[in-house]
Design a protein around this ligand. Structure first.
Ligand code: HSE
Length: 437
């Protein structure tokens, strides 16, 4: 059989990892695929840049379209990232009848509906395992292995950079910027690290996970997204004292009213596995009605872990070359014509527990005034911590955990507490999940 020829768009962190993997495991890959697979061409923006991989046998170009237009290339591996340029290249490849493999979560989250419709029209496949949680085969697990389940919720640490930052702040006492600089140096962070820090990268991944879990269209613009910039080292310490870790979670949950899609810092009890996922590692917990709670853990970023997922997709695509388009696994796990229109809920409608931290004047009646507001709104306090004032300070921090209530009630409570003269500065609110059921 003729070898399958691949063209790589992008020779950065993941592209180099993929080439290295071919050099190291090419024979094994051929044994698994039943035919030879070769990377014959690759596009990179700056051809003079030193590479982390051997490119002697690969024809390099700075013109990705020349690869897309090359009739010898059957499969395009898009590893350049970003939104519009990547979408244009991928759509051009699809229109040329090429199969596409991508690690680009931003592009899939924002333009996936359009890309999949176009791929369907042209009878080609678009594979994107590497787009979510790096080396963890979570797309395959949900889309293929858990098909007998109604997925009720999933929650994950899907951004390695923010998990690394929160872990280093807790374990090493680093400040936020030192931890971010180190994450960038190690190659975990996005080209624009605000995507990591503000939760946008996690929202991209959650968009994809929710679609394959619930069979709904990709709806990136409906994800509530909050980053980690508002988390202080003191919040991490107080949460630890109370028995919780602060994790940056992506949560998708099906309720009777609709679907919750949210990304935000979250307190998680120490006893939960999720609280113990440290450093750059990712983990996704999926709850299915038949299987119960399952958890998938592994490296969510980095060259070879992500290349590992790309390679899995390459094998799937090569094996499926002999299958008709109708026999391939649907992009979102459900046939495109049978996606559900169940609504995504506004954040005000979600129900969760909360951690609150506020600085208040150290005078009589202040605590009573705060708890009075909570009582009036039917918000029950689960734990309360008041620190002694620092020498020379006239304010003290109060830390509270509440029972579960609607976000709408909490917004009202925070507004009213914020109006009290004794409350100084911004009130920190972090949501809390127990994952008990
Ligand atoms: N910046 C991403 C992360 C890379 O930190 O998880 C993997 O998508």
């Amino acid at each position: 059989m003729e070898p399958v020829k691949l063209g790589l768009l992008g020779l950065g962190t993941v592209g180099s990892g993929t080439v290295n993997m071919f050099h190291r495991a090419g024979v094994e890959i051929e044994r698994r695929a039943g035919r030879q697979i070769v990377v014959t061409r690759a596009a990179a923006q700056d051809l003079s840049k030193p590479r982390d991989c051997e490119t002697r046998d690969i024809e390099l170009t700075d013109d990705p379209m020349s690869i897309i237009n090359d009739p010898d290339i059957q499969v395009i591996v898009e590893l350049i990232g970003g939104y519009e340029d990547a979408r244009d290249l991928v759509l051009a490849a699809i229109r040329q009848g090429k199969h596409v493999i991508t690690a680009n979560k931003a592009m899939i989250a924002k333009y996936g509906n359009e890309i999949f419709a176009e791929a369907e029209k042209h009878g080609v496949t678009v594979a994107f395992e590497a787009a979510v949680a790096g080396g963890i085969p979570i797309v395959k697990a949900i889309r293929e292995s858990l098909v007998g389940n109604h997925i009720q919720w999933l929650a994950g640490i899907v951004n390695g950079t923010t998990n690394y930052i929160l872990t280093q702040m807790r374990d090493e006492g680093w400040d936020f910027q030192t931890a971010l600089d180190e994450a960038q140096r190690l190659g975990y962070a996005e080209a624009d690290p605000t995507f990591d820090v503000e939760g946008i990268d996690a929202a991209h991944k959650l968009t994809i996970l929710a679609s394959i879990a619930f069979g709904v269209p990709l709806q990136f613009d409906k994800v509530y997204t909050e980053g980690i910039a508002g988390i202080g080292r003191e919040d991490i310490q107080y949460a630890e004292e109370l028995g919780y870790s602060i994790k940056h979670l992506a949560i998708a949950q099906k309720t009777e009213e609709g679907i919750e899609l949210r990304v935000h810092p979250t307190l998680v009890p120490h006893r939960r596995l999720m609280a113990n996922v440290g450093g750059v590692m990712n983990a996704v917990m999926v709850y299915g009605d038949a299987v119960g709670r399952t958890m998938y853990y592994g490296a969510g970023a980095g060259s070879e872990p992500t290349a590992s997922a790309v390679m899995g997709d390459i094998l799937d695509v090569v094996r499926s070359l002999s299958a008709g388009p109708d026999n391939r696994v649907p992009y979102l796990g459900f046939q495109l014509g049978s996606l559900s229109s169940v609504p995504v809920l506004p954040m005000e409608a979600i129900e969760t527990a909360y951690y609150l931290r506020m600085e208040v004047l150290d005078s009589p009646g202040v605590m009573a005034a705060v708890t009075q507001i909570l009582a009036e709104l039917n918000i029950s306090i689960e734990a309360l911590l008041q620190k002694v004032p620092e020498p020379g300070q006239d304010t003290v921090p109060i830390i509270m955990l509440t029972h579960r209530i609607r976000e709408r009630q909490m917004n009202e409570a925070l507004y009213r507490i914020g109006q009290l003269e004794a409350v100084q500065g911004k009130i920190v609110r972090i949501r809390l999940e127990y994952f008990d059921e």
